[in-house]
Design a protein around this ligand. Structure first.
Ligand code: HEM
Length: 142
């Protein structure tokens, strides 16, 4: 379980970097190239891996707590409810954005989908990552 937590925690940086790069491309690129499509795709794949690892962690994190007053504890309420709901919405937004960018008729339409949906996802991800400065959550930088 510790290995999965470390993988999930470390992969956050790759997920964030890819997401930022995809958004940067959408706002700055002049034409839509294969490398842009690949960054959009790898962003979605990384977030889906986070989803899978996260669900395993969730199952193992929450199951032992059922019956306790987990909603009254900051950390277990955050991971058991806020983190999972916020991240699920972010991953849905990324999946919609990726699909719409694939279907877009031209570069402008493809990048527009990324500007809207990936930026929305970024806001959610930044809001619902257990940052180390939220000391009550007990999570680290890696
Ligand atoms: C719906 C998808 C997700 C689920 C269900 C989920 C679930 C969880 C759970 C249950 C934990 C607590 C682990 C524990 O301490 O036992 C956790 C921690 C964490 N999650 Fe997620 N997660 C999801 C998506 C994400 C995403 C997309 C990111 C970042 C891009 C992320 C970043 C983190 C970080 C940084 C931690 C703290 C790890 C540590 O303790 O150092 N999660 N997640």
């Amino acid at each position: 379980m510790q290995a999965l937590i470390s993988a999930h925690s470390g992969l956050r940086w790759i997920a964030l970097l890819l997401l930022l790069l995809a958004i940067f491309n959408a706002f700055t690129a002049k034409s839509y190239e294969k490398k842009h499509r690949l960054v959009n795709l790898f962003t979605m794949i990384t977030f889906h891996i986070q989803l899978l690892i996260g669900l395993v962690l969730y199952y193992n994190y929450m199951t032992p707590k059922i019956g306790e007053n987990w909603m009254e504890n900051d950390a277990s309420r955050f991971f058991g409810m806020e983190h999972i709901s916020g991240m699920l919405l972010a991953i849905v937004a990324i999946t919609i954005g990726h699909s719409k960018s694939k279907k877009g008729a031209d570069a402008a339409a493809k990048f527009k989908a990324i500007k809207l949906w990936y930026v929305l996802a970024l806001i959610l991800v930044l809001a619902f990552i257990p940052w180390p400065f939220r000391t009550e959550l007990g999570a680290g930088w890696f």
